[in-house]
Structure formats: structure tokens, C-alpha cells
Design a protein around this ligand. Structure first.
Ligand code: C2E
Ligand code: CA
Ligand code: CA
Ligand code: CA
Length: 277
């Protein structure tokens, strides 16, 4: 499981002075953070391309550090993976997302929520059982939960991924392949996975207006996805022009700062009632 984690770790460690003591301190901070529930989920809306209304949200974890303030996931997910804490953190994310889904359901605004899964969660046995258990305890239908797995992770060991995906699909959870376009999967690999959605990586969206080849890639991905019966989401939409191009290409959902950044759960309801963007 070598991901961006190594690099992120280095960045954070140098922040902290880079010495072994600081790393140990962070590790114990992270452990304490789990015990003390210092994590919070923020939610970024996804917009339905046809209705232009909110179609769901993506849960993005933050660490509310008592001294350092709100820390983004780039700075600690890699550490949590390295320190063997990611499964516990991932379980917390699942639990909290289900709790929030139940709350929105009670308030009359059932929202589909996507959570991000780490490669180590994917490879740990019992993921489907724990997910099913959390959904059942909170009384949330499985079809309201979407799991996002990055393309590079999904394709790393296609056999293992397929077994896990099949287990998740069996309990009724939807699967999305995240950061699509960066992981070089083949058509035959894609066809082996019971995924429902492809999520086009922000790097392509960013270059849509200026790079002919990015435009060609996105167009091809939308067509490929639809041919395989998958829906397509574009992430990192920041401009009107990007939005117009993506909609013209038939992209099903859009997500990005043009519409909204990730926000606390309490703001999501207000945001969508106010008409969103
Ligand atoms: P991701 O899954 O690709 O999530 C999208 C990231 O892009 C989020 O950053 C989001 O805030 C940011 N973003 C959304 N729209 C825009 C935009 O228009 N422009 C720009 N520049 N950025 C945008 P965030 O919250 O810092 O998350 C970073 C990564 O951390 C996520 O990338 C995901 O891989 C990981 N992550 C977040 N939450 C979790 C989690 O609960 N578990 C695991 N395993 N990973 C997580
Ligand atoms: Ca994601
Ligand atoms: Ca993504
Ligand atoms: Ca991305």
C-alpha cells in the first residue's frame, strides 16, 4: 500500500521539525484523537447535471486538533495508514456517516452519502459485514451509501478488489471508482467490477478549457462509462466554462468549488434549501 501517504508524511513530519520525537508525538496524538473523537466529517454537495439540484454529498474527514486547529486529510490519512490506525478511523467515518444519514432522513431530507475507503480497509476482511451492521443499526438503506475507491487502488490487485466489491455490492452499497483517469485501468478490468459510478479526476477537469487532450479523455470516459452502464461524476469543477463543457458531454453529476466546498453537516440542509448555489 504505497500511496501518496509517504509524501504526505514527509510534508507533515517536516512541519513538525522532522525528527523522530515529533513523529512519535503525532502518532500518539492520532491515537488519542481516535479515543477522544477529535475527527469530524464535512460534506461536499454533488449536483445533478439535469436538475441542477443536490444529488448527494461526499463525506470528507477533518481532524479538529486541540492545538493545531482543523487539519485536512492529506496531512494524516497517510500517517493513519502507516501507523495501523486507518481501519479504526475508517470505521469511525462509516459510523458517523450512517448516523448523519439517519439524522437527515429523520429531518425529511434523505441524502445519498459517499465515503472514501483506504486500500487497507478494502483489504481487511469483514468490511462488508461492518458496513451492513452500521447501516442496520442506524436504519439507513444500503443504496443510500456510496463507497469511493481510487482507481489505482482498485486496479492494484483486481482479484482482491473484485471479491471485496462483490461483497459490498451484495449488501446493496453502491461503488464508485474515484480519481478515474489516473490509474490506467483496462476495459476488461473495469468490466470485472460491479461499480456504479466513475469519478473523473480533477486534473482532467482543470485542463478542460485549455488542453485538447484533456477534453478528449473526458469525452471518452463519459462515453465508456455510459456504455458500461455507469454514471459519471466530475470532481473539482471550479468554473462556469468547465460546468458547461461537462454538461454538454453528458456528465451526470458535478462536484467542486463552483457549487460548494465541503461544509459541516449542519450547513448542508440550509445550503440546499437556500437553492444551493
Ligand atoms: P478526494 O476523494 O479526491 O476528495 C476530493 C478533494 O478535493 C477534497 O479534499 C475536496 O475538498 C477537494 N475539492 C473538491 N472540490 C474541489 C475544487 O473544485 N477544487 C479543488 N482545488 N479541490 C476540490 P480533502 O477534503 O482535502 O480530501 C483530500 C483527500 O483525502 C480525498 O481526495 C480523499 O482521498 C482523502 N480522504 C478524505 N476523507 C477521507 C476518509 O474519510 N477516508 C479516507 N481513506 N480518505 C479520505
Ligand atoms: Ca473521493
Ligand atoms: Ca476524487
Ligand atoms: Ca482527486
Amino acid at each position: 500500500a504505497k500511496r501518496a501517504g509517504g509524501g504526505n508524511y514527509a510534508v507533515f513530519a517536516s512541519h513538525m521539525g522532522g525528527d523522530a520525537g515529533a513523529q512519535l508525538e503525532l502518532q500518539s496524538d492520532l491515537r488519542k484523537a481516535l479515543d477522544r473523537e477529535q475527527f469530524v466529517l464535512h460534506y461536499q454537495p454533488k449536483i445533478d447535471g439535469r436538475t441542477q439540484r443536490i444529488s448527494g454529498v461526499e463525506a470528507l474527514v477533518r481532524w479538529n486538533h486541540p492545538e493545531r486547529g482543523m487539519i485536512g486529510p492529506i496531512s494524516f490519512i497517510g500517517l493513519a495508514e502507516r501507523f495501523g490506525l486507518i481501519v479504526r478511523l475508517g470505521d469511525w467515518v462509516i459510523e458517523e456517516a450512517c448516523r448523519q444519514m439517519a439524522a437527515w432522513q429523520r429531518e425529511g431530507m434523505p441524502l445519498r452519502v459517499a465515503v472514501n475507503l483506504s486500500v487497507l480497509q478494502l483489504r481487511e476482511s469483514g468490511l462488508a459485514d461492518r458496513l451492513a451492521d452500521a447501516l442496520r443499526r442506524h436504519g439507513v438503506p444500503a443504496s443510500q451509501l456510496l463507497c469511493e475507491i481510487t482507481e489505482s487502488v482498485a486496479m492494484e490487485d483486481i482479484g482482491a478488489t473484485r471479491r471485496t466489491f462483490e461483497g459490498l455490492a451484495r449488501i446493496g452499497v453502491y461503488l464508485s471508482i474515484d480519481d478515474f483517469g489516473t490509474g490506467y485501468s483496462s476495459l476488461s478490468q473495469l468490466r470485472q467490477l460491479p461499480a456504479r459510478q466513475l469519478k473523473i479526476d480533477r486534473s482532467f477537469v482543470q485542463e478542460l478549457e485549455t488542453q485538447e487532450d484533456a477534453r478528449a479523455v473526458v469525452e471518452a470516459v463519459v462515453r465508456l462509462a455510459h456504455a458500461l452502464g455507469l454514471s459519471v461524476v466530475a470532481e473539482g469543477v471550479e468554473t462556469e466554462a468547465q460546468r458547461a463543457i461537462l454538461l454538454a458531454m453528458g456528465c451526470d453529476e458535478l462536484q467542486g468549488f463552483l457549487f460548494a466546498k465541503a461544509m459541516p453537516a449542519a450547513d448542508v440542509m440550509r445550503w440546499s434549501l437556500d437553492g444551493g448555489f
